[in-house]
Design a protein around this ligand. Structure first.
Ligand code: GLU
Length: 471
């Protein structure tokens, strides 16, 4: 009684208490898991977590020829890697299963009969059609060279949560069951959204044009449709085209192989069509969940930006607690034989302490920091060629630098002062000495902060390498 009055007074509270958000990600396992699908899954997951609703994984595997078990596994592995847990679906179960469309054929037959009994479905040429409502006239479609009945229909208006009002006329009956007895995508998609009590459909904009058919089906079943949110396409880095599975950076697996942090990939995916309110783009998932709103999803297309993705990864690495970074780095460095098991935690932590803020991906760590552990490090030929462009003869620069470093106390401020003094003595910028020194001790053209590198590499090793370079 009290609850009713409460609800009556606060209609918004009504929706809040009465209906729990139920969203679904409905992939067809016909190919590898690409970032567009991952982003769609993620926006659904975020919305479920933001609202305290349920996130359902439904497998749209009605196309027997193109579906594969292997692709399904990739989708589930990638979702788990990205930390998207589902509340209902394969391997999890739930009250509205089975969650594979291939296991729901009986239901689709029953629902077809339901429409037929209502007079809203009819058979023609072996296929089953949805009968639209409205006055009919015969029409001829030149393009398809076909006669059909045209329905004098008013446009369907969709109030899309992202696109706003979208109107579209559906004026031809359409097939819902093919003559081979298989149900059509539109039909199973809507039947399952009804049966699984989906409240919000968040999907790619490529499905916007299907939505009028879906609304017609909801109408035919006499069921209130869910709210729709069509999220923008992801364009490839350059040019007008949509990101395709063949584009570099398109597959989630790639990032796994390149040892990107799943939390960074997930963070970047969130930014493809959505911006946090305060503009701070690298942030923990709890914070994204708290801030995420469908109404804030962009209407304009998103553009994939590989550099931004790696920036987010680098930033996320930098934000990790040192111990966590070390725990990720250690096995990679062991596996690539950069370190051996005998290395002390203290030494490893010291070295990682200066590379953590500069490394872009864990994948680069072995190359990035190998020189700390061996004098037999690789020399970057490109970096070598660049040395003479700035600062002239690198051997001469290192020769000038050596006595100053030999005399210096081994602290960053003292080393910095030594560079400045050498620069002043030879009427050069101190930076003219940075690149030759770095190359001499590491074989690289870039890397962690140079003074930190010198400090951690230590006096003896540094001086020995500078001498070897001169020789
Ligand atoms: N199976 C469809 C797809 O992969 C799902 C469409 C939808 O989300 O409604 O695009």
């Amino acid at each position: 009684m009290l609850a009713c009055r409460f609800v009556g007074v606060f209609p918004l509270a009504n929706t809040f208490f009465m209906s729990q958000v139920r969203v679904r990600f409905a992939p067809s396992p016909t190919g590898f898991f690409h970032i567009g699908s991952a982003r769609t899954a993620l926006f659904n997951w975020l919305y479920a977590r933001h609202t305290g609703g349920k996130f359902i994984l439904r497998i749209e595997d009605t196309d027997k020829e193109r579906n594969s078990e292997a692709f399904l596994q990739v989708i589930m592995d990638s979702m788990r890697w990205l930390g998207m847990d589902w509340d209902e679906g394969p391997e999890v179960g739930g009250a509205f299963g089975p969650y594979f469309q291939s296991q729901r054929t009986e239901l689709y037959q029953t629902k077809l009969k339901e429409l037929a009994a209502k007079g809203r479905a009819y058979e023609k040429d072996g296929a089953w059609w949805l009968r639209l409502e409205g006055a009919r006239t015969a029409a001829y479609d030149d393009h398809l060279k076909k006669d059909y009945e045209k329905v004098d229909a008013a446009p369907m208006v969709l109030h899309d949560m992202v696109r706003g009002q979208v109107a579209r006329v559906e004026d031809r009956d359409f097939v819902i069951f093919r003559s081979n007895g298989e149900p059509v995508f539109h039909f199973v998609n809507v039947v399952d959204d009804i049966e699984m009590k989906i409240t919000h459909v968040i999907r790619g904009e490529d499905h916007l044009s299907n939505t009028s058919k879906h609304l017609e089906l909801f109408k035919a079943f006499g069921v209130e449709p869910p709210k729709y949110a069509h999220i923008p396409l992801i364009l490839k880095t350059d040019g007008p085209g949509k990101m395709s599975k063949r584009d570099k950076g398109a597959l989630i697996e790639e990032y796994q192989q390149r040892r990107y942090l799943p939390s960074a990939v997930r963070n970047y995916l969130c930014l493809l069509g959505w911006t946090p309110a305060d503009g701070k783009e690298v942030l923990p998932i709890d914070e994204i969940v708290r801030q995420f709103e469908i109404s804030a999803v962009h209407q304009s297309n998103a553009r994939f930006d590989e550099r931004k993705m790696s920036h987010v990864n680098a930033q996320t690495l930098r934000n990790l607690p040192a111990a966590e970074f070390a725990a990720l780095a250690r096995p990679i460095l062991l596996e690539t034989k950069v370190i051996d098991a005998a290395i002390s935690d203290a030494r490893l932590t010291e070295v990682l302490g200066i590379v953590q803020e500069k490394v872009i991906s864990l994948e680069h760590l072995p190359e990035f920091m190998g020189f700390f552990f061996t004098a037999d490090f690789k020399k970057d030929e490109g970096a070598k060629a660049n040395l003479t462009k700035k600062g002239g003869d690198p051997v001469a620069r290192v020769r000038e630098l050596l006595p100053a470093l030999e005399a210096a106390e081994w602290t960053e401020p003292a080393l910095e002062a030594a560079f400045a003094a050498v620069g002043a003595a030879h009427e050069r910028k101190p930076t003219d000495y940075f690149a030759p020194a770095r190359f001499a001790i590491s074989g690289q053209g870039g890397g962690a902060h140079l003074l930190g590198v010198l400090r951690v590499l230590g006096r003896d090793t540094t001086l020995a390498r500078l001498k070897a370079f001169i020789a």
